[in-house]
Write a protein that binds this ligand. Structure first.
Ligand SMILES: *Cc1c(COP(=O)(O)O)cnc(C)c1O
Length: 388
């Protein structure tokens, strides 16, 4: 049996997988077990923010593995300290909680919001408003937070305490503020929901509404964060500084890390024993994440991301079957006029290009470190598939 057959036999079939077994990679190029090379316009799934096996990242990780691979969070490590200091410095947040995934980062945000409210107002103010068409994760709590009915199946009973407002509809959001609400949580660009950016006016009005009612404003930047959209946080481009921001996907450069960041209003809410994670803030993972932060925050790095994004967006927009190019920066949604996004994805893979889909759109999340040569190689395969 080969890799695909063994995997199909022994793994639960929770993913609709592509028939490709990845063996190795270098920056934007992934090589499969048969030696076939692909340009990867998906960074795995937005995770390999510095591409495959970035030198500085790999060195930092390997060095840490040989120094101390893990200890309990009952102790301190220098690399965890250096990482959160750098992250808070870049983002302007006061405190971080470290977990292992996006869902865990959002779990922390939800618990933090409810405790913030409980500490101040007591019980009865536990509702979290999220947006329709959102995606916040796969744990029971974050699945419930996800504002899509298709996710609210099979696993009954779901936790209570969530309400769903329409994106970009301030009146609808206002109508849901019934006195039981402790937080509003949203993505700046709905990723799994189809690469749909929020309107700036809506985001700002929602943030203001939260401030006026002492409701925490939580932004899920699990997909949009860490330079993906051309600024370190996407919320910077919307002119807001949320009380809580969650990060994951690209943060570890391909290692599992999730982070919940809190501002001065709520940084002290989570005290001893209120939350925890055995592996959260693991030294090896933090070494990798610190290497990501060092590169993404380096002078000129994000300007280059913006330039690359503009170049790809312009090239794609010219194709005759493209109805719209959505998202921001290197988080690119492509709405098609007649073609099926999954067909485009299959053909691209056959021709040596890995891309993603989101709902009915093609989705691109190329590594932030993609070179001009790799962009050209990928576009040479992609653009003809977007012509009719
Ligand atoms: C991927 C994603 C999550 C879930 O992250 P996991 O690491 O899979 O738990 C949550 N929110 C958003 C916006 C995401 O894109």
């Amino acid at each position: 049996m080969n890799t695909i057959e063994i995997s199909e036999k022994y793994l639960m079939k929770t993913y609709g997988r592509q028939p490709m077994a990845a063996a190795s990679g270098q920056n934007c190029v992934c090589t499969d077990e048969d030696g076939k090379q692909y340009i990867d316009f998906g960074s795995g799934i937005g995770t390999n923010s510095l591409g495959y096996c970035n030198d500085a990242w790999a060195d930092a990780v390997c060095k840490q593995v040989r120094k101390i691979q893990h200890t309990s969070n009952y102790y301190y490590t220098d690399v965890q300290a250096a990482f959160v200091q750098k992250l808070c410095g870049i983002t302007g947040y006061q405190k971080a909680f470290l977990g292992n995934s996006g869902a865990e980062a959002n779990e922390c945000a939800i618990k933090l919001a409810r405790k913030y409210s409980f500490d101040k107002y007591g019980e009865g103010r536990g509702t979290i408003i999220t947006l329709k068409n959102s995606f916040h994760g796969r744990t029971m709590m974050t699945l419930t937070a996800t504002g899509q009915d298709v996710f609210h199946n099979y696993f009954f009973p779901f936790p209570t305490g969530f309400a769903y407002a329409e994106a970009n509809n301030l009146d609808d959001l206002k109508s849901k503020l019934d006195g039981t609400v402790c937080a509003v949580m949203m993505e700046m660009i709905q990723g799994e929901g189809g690469v749909c950016a929020m309107e700036k006016e809506f985001v700002q009005a929602a943030a203001k509404l939260c401030e006026e009612n002492d409701i925490l404003f939580i932004v899920d930047e699990v997909q949009t964060g860490v330079g993906r959209t051309g600024t370190f946080l996407a919320s910077e481009q919307f002119g807001v500084h949320p009380n809580v921001t969650t990060l994951a996907k690209g943060l570890g450069g391909g290692l599992p890390i999730g982070c919940c960041l809190a501002d001065e209003k709520c940084a002290e809410v989570m005290g001893p024993s209120s939350h925890g994670s055995t592996f959260g803030g693991n030294p090896v993972v933090c070494a990798g994440a610190l290497a990501v932060l060092e590169q993404v925050s380096a002078e000129g790095f994000l300007e280059k991301v913006q330039q690359k994004a503009a170049y790809i967006r312009e090239a794609v927009a010219k194709c005759s079957d493209v109805a719209a190019v959505t998202g921001l920066g290197l988080m690119i949604g492509i709405a098609l006029k007649t073609k099926d996004a999954h067909d485009v994805m299959d053909k691209a893979r056959e021709n040596g290009l890995l891309i993603l889909t989101a709902k009915e759109k093609v989705r691109l999340l190329p590594p932030l470190t993609i070179s001009q040569e790799e962009i050209e190689k990928g576009l040479k395969i992609l653009l003809p598939l977007l012509e009719n």
